[in-house]
Design a protein around this ligand. Structure first.
Ligand code: GLU
Length: 479
């Protein structure tokens, strides 16, 4: 088995394309086959290198990697040409010199007669000489017009035979006026020569499939299996587009989504394995089949993607999270240190963050030199003389903490011990003074971060360290 993903590099890789690529990849892997990537870049005006790079990078980020060298259609024009020659020689294709105006006129006439507007075959039997061939022309495929002839295929997802009478199909163009083959032609040559056995693609290509099958047959190639995936809709039931927010894979990456979450989300968008919601790539490959792909359109649900993202963030090691956050932070000045102090906070915040961006924002208090104290927030609490006394005592408590607590923790195990020590000492300090955590937590949060919500107190003490804790308490008292 061999599958492929064949994007046109005319835009960033979007969610729909990524899902099609994923389906192809896991289907091949499930069956011990190969997956290949082909760049369909024959639309020279709209294709751009940066989109191609984005597509390859985005797929790589999702662990979807081509098993063979990536083909570029733009480099294969002579191959397509040789097959065009073959069809011309065998009388299965012909030159067409009809002008746009003439074609338009013919179509209008048919429409006026309530008939389907199609090419009426003016040039079908023409035998142009060399002089004529110097004038603008396209090359058309000669569709078998024998009465009653039809083209059909069994769609593996819809699980039904799709059949179309040949009389409904135009003698379609296979080479444009500029000499470049059309999508329908190049795709057949490439899929056939690459030995693609299964073509899984968006259902916007259903109507192209009969044309492609005609070409396979005319060229004596084995016809692959076809499966068309239904599209992805936005919550409003309209085709997913930029209007619905981020649609490119790269934007999801920048917005702090993990590739595992996006892969898991996309595979479940239109495919299911019982009630399993959380699936790793290995599990997906193990269980994937076409039978359980939904026939109807899928609706994109950001909440569910966020839920999966939280799950994967929660299950990651804090150091891995630090490097993932650094990966997406554009400004090298704001990179996180890969040390235990940062890891302590990341670890304590990971279960409260739906995206890496959110997690990173929660670290602002730690990265910023100073805290901005917002009077509006602070005045919600009626702090008084007693609270100031508490903070002074708390400051002394911090100063007197054993320095080893801060210096000994070299890894996550060491960190656990340090947090445990801080916790024990702090609880002793509170109970000796008849205070409780519940009463005092808010003022500490506000002093350390300026916010009502913060990471746990012990982790903050550890990560900020003695000096910065003291600085903040003093700054809060003097605000
Ligand atoms: N380049 C085509 C597209 O992006 C490929 C379609 C196909 O998979 O055959 O729509």
């Amino acid at each position: 088995m061999k599958t492929r993903f064949a994007p046109s590099p005319t835009g960033y890789l979007h969610i729909g394309g990524a899902r099609t690529a994923l389906f192809n990849y896991v289907y091949a892997k499930h069956n011990g086959g190969k997956f290949v990537l082909r760049i369909e870049d024959t639309d020279f005006e709209r294709s751009e290198k940066i989109f191609e790079e984005d597509i390859i990078e985005s797929l790589k980020w999702m662990s979807i990697i081509s098993d063979e060298e990536i083909l570029h259609q733009s480099k294969r024009l002579s191959i397509y040409n040789s097959y065009v020659e073959k069809l011309l020689k065998e009388g299965k294709a012909y030159y067409c010199f009809c002008s746009k105006e003439l074609l338009e006129e013919d179509r209008n006439k048919l429409t006026a007669e309530n008939k389907k507007p199609m090419y009426i075959g003016r040039c079908r039997e023409l035998k142009p000489d060399a002089e004529r061939l110097k004038t603008p022309h396209v090359i058309r495929f000669k569709v078998d017009r024998e009465t009653g002839s039809a083209t059909f295929f069994k769609d593996l997802i819809r699980n039904q035979v799709i059949s179309i009478e040949n009389k409904e199909i135009d003698d379609f163009v296979i080479v444009r006026e500029d000499g470049i083959p059309t999508y329908n032609f190049a795709v057949v040559i490439d899929d056939a020569l690459s030995g693609i056995t299964h073509v899984l693609r968006g259902d916007d290509h259903v109507s192209n499939t009969p044309k492609q099958i005609m070409l396979y047959n005319a060229l004596g190639f084995k016809v692959p299996e076809f499966a068309h995936v239904s599209m992805i809709l936005g919550p409003d039931g309209k085709r997913l587009s930029k209007r619905h927010g981020a649609t490119s894979v790269i934007q999801y990456k920048k917005d702090g989504f993990l590739p595992e979450a996006l892969v898991n989300y996309l595979i479940r968008l239109g495919w299911s394995h019982g009630n399993d919601e959380i699936l790793s790539m290995d599990e997906i490959i193990k269980f994937f089949d076409l039978k359980n792909i939904s026939k109807s359109a899928a609706i994109f649900n950001t909440e569910k993607l966020l839920w999966l993202n939280s799950h994967y963030i929660k299950s990651k090691d804090p150091f891995a999270l630090i490097s993932l956050i650094n990966d997406i932070s554009e400004d090298s000045q704001t990179k996180l240190n890969e040390d235990v102090k940062t890891a302590a906070l990341v670890d304590s915040l990971k279960s409260r963050s739906k995206t890496l961006v959110e997690l990173r924002q929660k670290l602002d208090f730690f990265l910023n030199k100073k805290v901005e104290y917002d009077a509006g927030v602070i005045n919600e609490f009626n702090f008084n003389r007693n609270d100031a006394d508490f903070l002074s005592a708390f400051k002394n408590f911090i100063v007197n903490l054993d320095d080893k607590i801060f210096t000994d923790a070299k890894n996550m195990d060491g960190l656990k011990l340090s947090i445990e020590s801080i916790k024990n000492s702090f609880n002793d300090f509170l109970s000796q003074n008849g205070w409780t955590m519940k009463e005092k937590a808010m003022i500490i949060r506000l002093a350390f971060t300026g916010e009502k919500v913060s990471p746990p107190i012990y982790e903050m003490i550890f990560s900020l360290g003695k000096e910065r804790c003291v600085e903040r308490i003093e700054a809060f008292l003097c605000r």
